[in-house]
Design a protein around this ligand. Sequence first.
Ligand code: 2P0
Length: 323
Amino acid sequence: MTKARAYTNIALIKYWGKRSITEMIPYNNSISLTLDQFYTETSVTFTEATTQQKPDQFYFQGQWQAPTNKMTRVLTRIRQMAGLNRQAIIKSENFVPTSAGLASSASAFAALATAGSRAAGLNLSSRELSILARHGSGSASRSVLGGFVEWQAGTDDQSSYAQSLLDPVPFPIVVIALVVNTAPKKILSTAGMQHSVEHSPFYPAWVKTATAALAPMRAAIAQGDIEQIGKLGETNAMQMHATTLSANPPFTYFAPETLQIWQLVQEIRTKGLSCYLTLDAGPNPKLICAKQDVASITTQLHQALPKLAWTVCQPGPAVQIID
Ligand code: 2P0
């Protein structure tokens, strides 16, 4: 048995759409920060039984179930690479506060790729692990690494993987994950991004602007300029969400509270604090700020929205084998 722990990440320049659905190749590079507060632990064991004799088994949230199609995609690749035809037993646990409202597919597939490949006797490089994790979920390609990470879109299977930009992170950047709504997503990311690709006339402009934002974001990270990272991140997030609002039919991941918090963030900025908002395929905003401003920012959030819950995250590490 091999067990791995991988952390979630928040994209600062987002991945939103696949050039190849079967090969999981995105249209544009994305840049993320791995977060230290939310992670997945997954163990994988290959038994003596063959896959013809016994199907794979997956233990999650207190019950045995069949692995999902995305999991099977990753497990099939591991077996092909290792030349092995054994049944896999997978056990997985998400260490994400139940109410955090954060997606866990990034940490889940980075942990599965790492534990599964090691259990099969493979000793993959971080590049190979990133490629493998990508076949589970695009954002998982980035959770293989810690700190700031860039996923190179590439043009085929072997050229699409994530690389480290900066790890460890030597400046005090913080991401405050806010929870406004814990209900499951109505439109999953995979479907939402494909709808934007096919039905938003603004989609080509998204790819162009996201690509143009990469160099400024890399420079801001290299300079430790938290304000500039936040500014570029907020603009990119809103440009991503514009592809859902401009699709036909249109849709949005915003909840009323999301806009309320965005307005509050803009007010906080008028008071001289640096605070920017990013948002993934759900209504829960993440605020990008400096560690020394967390207390003032959360005090103002609490005054305006007394029921609001949050978790303060710092840069997190790369995937680790823990057993
Ligand atoms: C990201 N998201 O860059 C973007 C921003 C959500 C919004 O990657 O279809 O679970 O499995 O590759 O990776 C979430 O989508 O989607 C995501 P698939 P994934 O973090």
